[in-house]
Design a protein around this ligand. Structure first.
Ligand code: PGA
Ligand code: ZN
Length: 399
C-alpha cells in the first residue's frame, strides 16, 4: 500500500452546465484516480450538505488535504473516509462540503484500483463479489423538479427485469425511450428532454402511464423478455401542509397510499420510489404493508443513504429497498455501510445517479462491486450513457 501523495481539486461542468467539484488523487507509487461529484435537484432535506464548488474546494484544500497527503494509504478506503470526516468535524459535511468529500473519496478508490492494477469494481468488491448484474432502471418520461410543465410524477422508469444480460437491458431501455418518442410523435405531442434525458412532454400523469405501458409492452414483445416499469414519485417535492399537491387535485396521505396501491395493481409496477413524503416513515410502512409483497417500495429522500435513517425504516417496516447515492452521505465507506445494512436485512439496493451528472462512471463499478440488484442511471444522454456503457464493458470482463 502506498500513501496519498497529492490531491488536486478543480471546478468542472456538470450536465446542467453548473460547476461541480472534480478531484484527482495521486499515490506515491504513481496510482492515479479522478472522480467528480454529482448534484441533485430534488434533494432530500436530510442529505449531507453540498457547498458552492469554490467554497467546497477551498475548505477541502485547507482542512482535508493536509490530513490525507503523506498520511493515509489510498487503498485503505475506511482511513481515507475517516480522515474526511475528521477534517470536516460535523455530521453532515457542512464544513468541507459533501461534494468535495465524495469526489475525493471516489478518486482515492480509483487511485487505489489503479495502483493495484485492478478495475474499480474489483478493488471495491474484492474476492467475494458476486456475479449477478444490476438491472438498469431507465428514466423514459419525467417531470417534477427535472422539467417544467411536464408530469407531476418525477420519473417513469423502464425496468427490463427479464433481460438476459446487462447489454440487453441497456439496449431495451434505449428502445423504450425511442418508442416513447415515436408514440408522442403519433399523438402530436412535442417533447424536449428533462435533466436526466427522459422525455418531458406537457401531458398529465395518466397519459404518461398509458404511453409507458404501451412502449414497454411493444419493446418487450420485440426483444422477447419481460420489461416492466416503475416510478420515482419524488413525493416530498409535492408535499405541502399535510397534503400531496398534484396539478389537478390534492391527496391526503391516506388517499396517496390508496392511489399508489391502485397504480401498482393496475400497471403491475415493479418499482416505486419515494411514494410518500421524506419524513413519513409511517406512511411508507402502511404502503409497504399493502403492496410490499408485489413490488419494490424504495426510499430515496426517506433514507438519504444514511444508516441511522435506514435503521429506523427497518424497525418500522417502512419500504423494502433503498436508493444509494454516495453524494447524499459524502463517502464511499458510508455508502457501503448503508448497502451492507440494507442487504443484511433483506432490503434490495438501487445504486443511483443524480439529475446533475458528469461523465464519471464510479456508480457503475459500485453497483457491480456491491452486487446491487438495480442501478438507476437514465436511459439516454452522454452523462447517463457513460455509466451504461461502462456497465457493458464491465460485464464483458466479469459478469
Ligand atoms: P435528484 O433526482 O438527483 O434531482 O435528487 C434523482 C432522484 O430523485 O432519484
Ligand atoms: Zn428519487
Amino acid at each position: 500500500m502506498t500513501l496519498i501523495a497529492e490531491v488536486r481539486l478543480r471546478r468542472v461542468l456538470d450536465s446542467r452546465a453548473n460547476p461541480t467539484v472534480e478531484a484527482d488523487v495521486l499515490t506515491e507509487s504513481g496510482g492515479f484516480g479522478r472522480a467528480a461529484a454529482p448534484s441533485g435537484a430534488s434533494t432530500g432535506e436530510h442529505e449531507a450538505i453540498e457547498l458552492a464548488p469554490e467554497e467546497a474546494i477551498a475548505a477541502a484544500r485547507e482542512r482535508a488535504v493536509p490530513r490525507l497527503v503523506g498520511e493515509v494509504y489510498a487503498g485503505d478506503q475506511r482511513s481515507v473516509d475517516t480522515a474526511l470526516h475528521a477534517a470536516d468535524g460535523t455530521d453532515d459535511f457542512s464544513e468541507i462540503g459533501a461534494n468535495s468529500a465524495v469526489a475525493i473519496s471516489m478518486a482515492a478508490a480509483k487511485a487505489a484500483g489503479d495502483m493495484l492494477g485492478a478495475p474499480l469494481y474489483q478493488h471495491l468488491g474484492g474476492a467475494f463479489r458476486g456475479e449477478n448484474f444490476p438491472i438498469p432502471l431507465g428514466n423514459v418520461i419525467g417531470g417534477g423538479e427535472h422539467a417544467a410543465d411536464a408530469t407531476d410524477i418525477q420519473e417513469f422508469l423502464s425496468a427490463p427485469v427479464g433481460a438476459p444480460s446487462v447489454a440487453d437491458a441497456v439496449f431495451a431501455n434505449a428502445a423504450v425511450h425511442s418508442e416513447i418518442h415515436d408514440i408522442l410523435g403519433e399523438r402530436g405531442i412535442p417533447a424536449g428532454k428533462g435533466d436526466e434525458g427522459a422525455w418531458a412532454p406537457s401531458i398529465d400523469d395518466e397519459e404518461a402511464f398509458e404511453i409507458v405501458a404501451e412502449a414497454t409492452e411493444t419493446i418487450s414483445k420485440e426483444v422477447g423478455f419481460e420489461i416492466g416499469f416503475g416510478l420515482d414519485v419524488a413525493a416530498a417535492e409535492m408535499f405541502a401542509e399535510g397534503e400531496y399537491r398534484y396539478s389537478d387535485r390534492t391527496r391526503s396521505t391516506d388517499e396517496q397510499i390508496e392511489y399508489i396501491t391502485d397504480l401498482v395493481n393496475e400497471y403491475d409496477l415493479v418499482y416505486v420510489e419515494d411514494p410518500l413524503d421524506e419524513n413519513d416513515f409511517e406512511g411508507f410502512a402502511g404502503l409497504t404493508e399493502q403492496v410490499g409483497e408485489q413490488t419494490l417500495i424504495c426510499g430515496d429522500d426517506l433514507f438519504v443513504t444514511n444508516t441511522e435513517r435506514l435503521s429506523q425504516g427497518l424497525d418500522e417496516g417502512a419500504a423494502n429497498s433503498i436508493l444509494i447515492k454516495p453524494n447524499q452521505i459524502g463517502t464511499l465507506t458510508d455508502a457501503f455501510d448503508a448497502v451492507e445494512l440494507a442487504a443484511r436485512n433483506g432490503f434490495d439496493t438501487v445504486i443511483s445517479h443524480r439529475s446533475g451528472e458528469t461523465e464519471d462512471t464510479t456508480i457503475a463499478h459500485l453497483a457491480v462491486a456491491t452486487d446491487a440488484p438495480f442501478i438507476k442511471t437514465g436511459a439516454a444522454g452522454g452523462e447517463r450513457t457513460a455509466k451504461l456503457n461502462e456497465l457493458i464493458r464491465i460485464a464483458e470482463d466479469a459478469l
